[in-house]
Design a protein around this ligand. Structure first.
Ligand SMILES: [Ca+2]
Length: 530
């Protein structure tokens, strides 16, 4: 099913021996492999003329929210500029998550090149990170924004960092941040000044402006937009409301195991089309504001001048439902939730090309290391994508496997997609060519039995290779249908006042004032598993 099957088989066997606990440590054997691996290539002798790498990372961005990718209802001139100057990977996926906080496993996959089943995403222990390998090979490494994989892995990945938010989410206007000191320790927590996208873009631009010219840099800027709270600055909130997604539903058809997670409580059930359109407008506003911030980072790159070129990557950790299929969050295996933007521009990369090969976000790990000339001794799942844009190959894998907790699995060959929901003994089959919005379930249509059988085998192969520990059939399936009409909701503590007032019933008593002490906020955010 893929070129380097032996490597995968090897890692799959190791991962298969892992504990079935979610977020379990990487198995001992695999850790040994990592520990024994030789370190990265030494910095090349003589002048280092390798390009800089700027990795711009968005949080919860749907794949259909880039103007240049075909959405006339959103203005993203800076994302469009990256697309126009490079390669767009239009079928790029996040593999999924062991739990509802999809962000953390997604980032761990990006930074290690492995499927989340083979990583302790809380620490990335036993895995050489992208920044770590680039730093060892001579890059100046800098990180800002969201880091959801523990402090030690940040220290391993970057030699400098400012305006770092350890944790899953925050109020965009009250971001708890720390800076990394020269000795690798972190400053006391404080509340950042301004909107998160402005704060993180400012830190990245400052680094880019001041980075010495004698070696290339790796700048990682991880925005928390457009993750909720859907709270752009007022000027970006006041905009036309987009149309509902074509697969809008008032409620999800059945219990997928994640219908009552935090993200799903941001609007009442059944979903009101007007409320969803309001939230879409606020989400689009957050993306347009993010685009503006990305523009400032790109301007800092432009302003450097000089001979060294810069590889620019724009990607997001995964997508979001925002009304599709009756869902609001990312905790599903539908295309809207696990596909995300991914594009790359830079020296040697063709401009304005759109590729539909099946890719994963974690393919960036070998791709960027390859472009930097850094050898990989690790056993990884990611594939170098350069042969795709060089025209050497038309695909790097035959299929994509997706998984969410213990309750959802899917596999697609690009055309057909089989989804399996073990806890409720339910299946779906979609023809993505004729039904890209996944609205016509063909699973019970006998005409498609051979496709189901083929995809079942493909799913089995993937599950063995990555060591998926959860059964596809359970002895005591639960009720398929779940009606959440009128179910009680409470806002989480990060939603600002206007969102609480607009989308939630008034509390029975006013919530206590949020603690003003920024250090305490930072600690609470870091420990949260959002
Ligand atoms: Ca996310």
């Amino acid at each position: 099913m893929r070129q380097n099957l032996l490597v995968l088989l090897s890692l799959g066997a190791l991962a298969g021996s892992a504990s079935s606990q979610e977020g379990a440590d990487i198995p001992a054997a695999a850790s040994d492999v990592a520990a024994d691996a030789p370190s990265a290539e030494p910095a090349p002798a003589g002048p280092d003329d390798r390009p800089n790498i700027l990795l711009v990372f968005a949080d919860d961005q749907r794949v259909d929210t880039i103007g240049a990718w075909g959405n006339p209802a959103i203005q993203t001139p800076n994302m469009d500029r990256i697309a126009a100057g490079g390669v767009s990977f239009r079928r790029s996926y996040c593999m999924g998550s062991s739990h509802g906080a999809v962000c953390a496993p997604s980032r761990a996959m990006l930074h290690t090149g492995r499927a989340y089943h083979a990583i302790n995403h809380r620490t990335m222990e036993g895995c050489r990170t992208l920044g770590e390998l680039l730093g060892e090979s001579g890059f100046q490494t800098f990180g800002t924004g969201k880091w959801h994989n523990g402090r030690d892995s940040f220290t391993r990945s970057f030699s400098a960092g400012r305006e770092i938010m350890f944790g899953g989410m925050s109020d965009h206007n009250k971001v708890p941040v720390v800076d990394m000191e020269d000795d690798g320790t972190f400053s006391e927590g404080r509340r950042a000044e301004g909107h998160s996208s402005d704060v993180f873009s400012g830190a990245a631009a400052d680094f880019i402006a001041s980075a010495p010219e004698d070696s290339p840099f790796f700048c990682y800027v991880a925005f928390t937009a457009p993750h909720d709270p859907r709270d752009p600055p007022l000027a970006w909130r006041d905009r036309e409301r987009p149309a509902l997604p074509g697969n809008f539903r008032a409620q999800h058809d059945f219990d997928n195991g994640f219908l009552k997670v935090r993200d799903e409580k941001l609007a009442a059930w059944p979903r009101d089309p007007e409320v969803v359109r309001d939230q879409l407008a606020e989400y689009y506003g957050l993306i347009e504001h993010l685009d503006d911030a990305v523009g400032r980072v790109l301007a800092a790159v432009d302003a450097r001048g000089g001979d060294r070129e810069t590889i620019i990557v724009y990607a997001a950790d995964h997508g979001l439902a925002v009304g599709s299929h009756g869902l609001l969050g990312k905790q599903s295996v539908y295309e809207h939730s696990l596909r995300a933007p991914m594009m790359i521009s830079g020296p040697g990369i063709p401009a304005g090309r759109h590729l539909t090969a099946l890719t994963y976000l974690y393919d960036l790990y070998p791709t960027l290391l390859g472009l930097a000339g850094v050898g990989i001794e690790e056993q990884i799942h990611g594939e170098d994508l350069r042969p795709l844009w060089d025209g050497e190959v038309t695909q790097v894998r035959d299929s994509i496997f997706l998984s969410m907790g213990k309750t959802q699995r899917a596999v697609t060959d690009g055309r057909f997609k089989l989804c399996v929901y073990p806890k409720v003994a339910h299946r779906q089959l979609f023809d993505l060519a004729s039904d890209p919005l996944e609205t016509m379930d063909l699973a019970t249509n006998p005409a498609y039995a051979s496709h189901i059988a083929r995809l079942e085998r493909e799913m089995g192969t993937w599950r063995r290779l990555i060591g998926d520990p959860d059964p596809l059939v359970v002895a005591d399936p639960t009720e398929l249908r779940m009606d959440l009409s009128g179910a009680k909701r409470k806002p989480d503590r990060w939603q600002p006042k206007w969102i609480r007032e607009k989308y939630f019933d008034p509390p029975e008593k006013e919530p206590a004032e949020e603690p003003a002490q920024a250090k305490r906020e930072a600690s609470k955010t870091e420990k949260s598993g959002v």
